[in-house]
Design a protein around this ligand. Structure first.
Ligand code: ATP
Length: 365
């Protein structure tokens, strides 16, 4: 799809509600995205696509065969959290859809911002960082082998785990981090690894980051060992701008980073590949609070905002960038005002009330 073609048509965006609180936070996200699109005259065709437990109950499959075919026709989508732990066991039709989506669309970059806002109960009031996590390789056993599962138990008392790092994968994620850093004020990339111990695997990742850094003289580059990073992130997170790291290190550090600014309800995310991107909050499906209408929609809404920004850059659609900017300002205003917040942010509002307030704010901006 050329940029010019894309500008001449509506963006095609999927709605995949996922499980548990996904059924509550995704509709609020779409509500706000629709309001922002309407405000700036951005044409979006919306497509509800079945996935998860609801799809299993209604269509007999957590990842119905038509779902990928449909997604192939879209530019991007909003995916609610997936609660696959609760799917029926030992049933080939109740699989975790995540690995399929990740592989099929090469969603190699998991981008997770952490930003503090005044008024939100948090540890630091001045954090503004983005963690860029490699998403397709590393330690996770569903990603480190082509077929099967990459953990082995050769004897009852011994387990072997493996980790995959490739030059190409490391280069791709490093480049994604530098591209993001370029759009930011401070323009600093910090590569996080442990090449002193994982000499070959982290060594390769670090080498590729250093090579890519040469291509971006306008972006400052430094490296921090992952254990040091754990301490620095807690003691002085303000010094970080864009952090790039391998899969599992990124998974852990991004949850920690979200805790610095108010917790998982405030942690948006985007999984991006060469052609498609998927709005995907950092939090899980939170079955403990599902159905109560109290989940914080912020993370999912801001994930939708990231998707619009990505689509705007990718397909050269200025209106999508405007809609994303509007969503960001509206969300920020509602959070700063502090009157319509969910319980985790110290307020009393329901998921829907907070979504309504942000959509209304989009309307008046
Ligand atoms: P996963 O392994 O799927 O990422 P998890 O085990 O990390 O899931 P979550 O589902 O993210 O767990 O929930 C962790 C805690 O954070 C739970 O107590 C949950 O209620 C809370 N939580 C998660 N998301 C939200 C949200 N959007 N609003 C409020 N609380 C949330």
């Amino acid at each position: 799809m050329s940029m010019r073609d894309a500008m001449d048509r509506a963006l095609q965006v999927g709605i995949l509600e996922g499980d548990d609180i996904g059924l509550e936070v995704v509709p609020e996200t779409i509500k706000v995205m629709r309001a922002a699109a309407a405000k700036v005259g951005l044409a979006i065709d919306w497509h509800a696509v079945p996935i998860g437990k609801k799809a299993f109950d209604e269509l007999g499959n957590t990842m119905p065969p038509g779902t990928l075919d449909k997604l192939d026709t879209l530019d991007g989508w909003v995916l609610g959290p997936i609660g696959h732990q609760a799917y029926p066991k030992n049933n080939p039709n109740s699989i975790n859809p995540h690995p399929i989506l990740r592989r099929h669309y090469d969603l190699f970059a998991n981008i997770r911002p952490s930003k503090s806002y005044p008024g939100v109960p948090c540890i630091y009031k001045d954090v503004d960082l983005i963690l860029v996590r490699e998403n397709n390789e590393g330690f996770p056993p569903d990603r480190n082998v082509h077929l099967g599962y990459g953990e082995f138990r050769p004897s009852p008392d011994m387990t072997i785990g493996i980790r995959v790092i490739t030059r190409q994968g490391s280069q791709k994620i490093a480049r994604a981090a530098f591209e993001i850093a370029r759009t930011r004020l401070r323009k600093i990339v910090t590569a996080v690894h442990k090449d002193t111990v994982f000499k070959l695997a982290c060594g390769m990742f670090a080498e590729e980051c250093r090579k890519v850094a040469q291509e971006y003289p306008d972006v400052a580059f430094n490296e921090v060992l992952v254990d040091t990073m754990a301490a620095k992130l807690i003691m002085k997170p303000q010094q970080f701008d864009v952090i790039v790291t391998t899969n599992t290190f990124g998974d852990i550090l991004s949850d920690a980073a979200s805790a610095l600014v108010g917790g998982l309800g405030l942690a948006p995310g985007l999984s991006a590949g060469p052609e498609r991107a998927m709005a995907q909050a950092t939090h899980g499906s939170a079955p403990d609070i599902a159905g109560k209408g109290i989940a914080n929609p912020y993370a999912m809404i801001m994930s939708g905002q990231m998707l619009l920004a990505w689509l705007g850059h990718k397909h050269n659609v200025p209106a999508a960038l405007q809609a994303a900017a509007l969503m960001e300002r509206a969300t920020e205003n509602v959070v700063k005002a502090g009157t319509v917040l969910t319980g985790d942010m110290g307020g009393k509002a329901s998921t829907r009330e907070m979504g309504d307030a942000i959509a209304a704010e989009v309307g008046v901006l």
